[in-house]
Design a protein around this ligand. Structure first.
Ligand code: GLY
Ligand code: MN
Ligand code: MN
Length: 465
């Protein structure tokens, strides 16, 4: 198990969830399935985030069942010395009760037999909707078995409800244990970015044929040396024009002096993601045009950081970043004021969109794009409508989430310049994003990824010999 969190914390999370199930409710939470990669090879197993949040248990083939009275039952792989020789240690149901603090544990082989019994006389069955392939059908099969016994007096649950609604809200606000792991994941990822920057400049000084995958290897080295289990998502290492491809992956393209490199990479540590983007000159020296756009993106990020505080809306950092970016695009003549008008026009008509086409952040947690509603729950149903000046379509705006201490989000503005009519040539093919991870605090926010510098001068300084 990859957890430093006390067993009692998982028990408290299960109790908080149980309190929301109703006295006669029952919740079913499977971990993730193992997936074949090719022939005899599986993809590296990664537990289900909901399951892990409630158990800290990382073995495959496991289910958690929690009833409204707070009782937890685990189903897990039985001890099997022969299988353990091949696949490794298994906790087993006997040890699971003590190790995980659940009330009962059975072999996973007993799931189909026990579930109809556990579902009997409950009124509501909760499980994560549309998350696990085949889960709905499995639940239906167990419910059918309960229904077959109604003429003997058994009651069958009449309601099925989505457990994600409960767990997403719980996971959205990170407790002190989660914040601690996320700070450590962020620190490892920051070191990895520093290492990749320094390796790029050093290898180019040595006259080496530097490729994107070399920098990917430097990232991975630092992730693993720091104790991270794996990257939280596929690392983007994009040299030169590749930075304008938003979902580019580290590939074979050459890393050339005079060009920028955009790296978007973060490790996962003990089940929690980090997510950092830095853009740096491959050889350690920004050109004038690169620096102009870099400083603009950084200024927009600073505005977004200042807007990230309790009581603000989730969309406030985005709006703050867009305002700075749009003004900067006019100033450096990426946008022609004669054609697009004033700053307000640029924002209203989204004239900045060809150069900044994504949002400024997302929730971060166990999943890199973490769960949690982006709409304020107390204001669901309140919709304001406006006409889109571009398409003429009606756009519905729902009240965005109000930030609270303990929420974690990324702040990641960027600029991506593809050649086009009227686009100054000096900016062609420049792609820049700067991404940090922020914990909302009572005062504002804490950037946990600043172990890697962000100011252009500081990046140049750390890349010098
Ligand atoms: N690395 C994924 C993202 O930035 O959203
Ligand atoms: Mn991100
Ligand atoms: Mn990212």
């Amino acid at each position: 198990m990859n957890t430093t969190v006390p067993t009692s914390v998982y028990a408290q999370r299960r109790a908080r969830m149980a309190a929301q199930l109703g006295a006669n409710g029952i919740a079913l939470i499977p971990t993730a399935p193992e997936r074949q990669r090719n022939r005899d090879s599986d993809f590296l197993f990664r537990h289900d985030s909901y399951f892990y949040y409630l158990t800290g248990f990382t073995e495959p083939n496991a289910w958690l069942v929690v009833t409204g009275d707070g009782r937890s039952t685990l189903f897990c792989q039985p001890k099997d010395l022969e299988r353990e020789i091949w696949d490794g240690y298994r906790l087993g149901p006997e040890a699971a009760v003590g190790a995980l603090g659940v009330d009962a544990a059975f072999s996973i082989g007993e799931l189909d037999q026990q579930l109809p019994r556990l579902l009997e006389n409950r009124d509501t069955v909760w499980f994560p909707f549309a998350t696990h392939q085949g889960l709905e059908q499995r639940v239906a099969g167990w419910l059918n078995q309960v229904r077959a016994r109604v003429r003997y007096g058994a009651l069958c649950p009449e309601q099925q409800r989505d457990l994600c609604a409960v767990l997403d809200e719980m996971r959205l606000v990170k407790d002190a244990h989660e914040q601690d792991i996320m700070r450590r994941a962020a620190a490892i990822s920051a070191r990895a970015h520093v290492r990749a920057m320094q390796a790029s400049a050093r290898m180019l000084r040595e006259g080496r044929d530097v490729r994107e995958y070399h920098l990917d290897a430097e990232l991975m080295h630092e992730f693993r040396m720091g104790g991270s289990q794996y990257p939280a998502y596929s690392s983007i290492v994009a040299a030169g024009p590749n930075a304008c491809v938003l979902h580019y992956r580290a590939d074979v393209a050459p890393v050339r002096p005079g060009e920028l490199v955009l790296i978007d990479a973060g490790c996962e540590l003990d089940g929690y993601a980090s997510d950092i983007t830095r853009t740096f000159p491959a050889d350690g020296r920004f050109t004038g045009a690169q620096r102009a756009l870099y400083d603009l993106v950084l200024a927009s990020q600073e505005a977004a950081v200042a807007a990230t505080k309790p009581g603000a809306r989730f969309t406030d950092p985005h709006e703050a970043a867009v305002k700075v970016l749009a003004q900067g695009m006019l100033d450096v003549k990426l946008l022609d004021a004669n054609k697009v008008g004033t700053l307000d026009d640029v924002i209203e008509k989204r004239a900045y969109f060809p150069f900044y086409m994504h949002r400024t952040g997302h929730w971060l947690g166990m999943d890199v794009h973490d769960c949690g509603s982006y709409v304020e729950p107390g204001e669901v149903g309140q919709v304001s409508e406006r006409k889109d000046p571009l398409s003429g379509e009606t756009i519905k705006n729902r009240p965005s989430r109000i930030l609270q201490p303990g929420m974690v989000l990324t702040i990641e503005p960027g600029i991506y310049v593809r050649p086009g009519e009227g686009v100054p040539e000096q900016f062609h093919h420049i792609g820049i994003r700067i991404e940090d991870d922020a914990i909302v605090t009572p005062q504002g926010c804490e950037l946990i990824t600043r172990g890697v510098p962000v100011k252009a001068d500081e990046i140049e300084a750390l890349m010098r010999p």
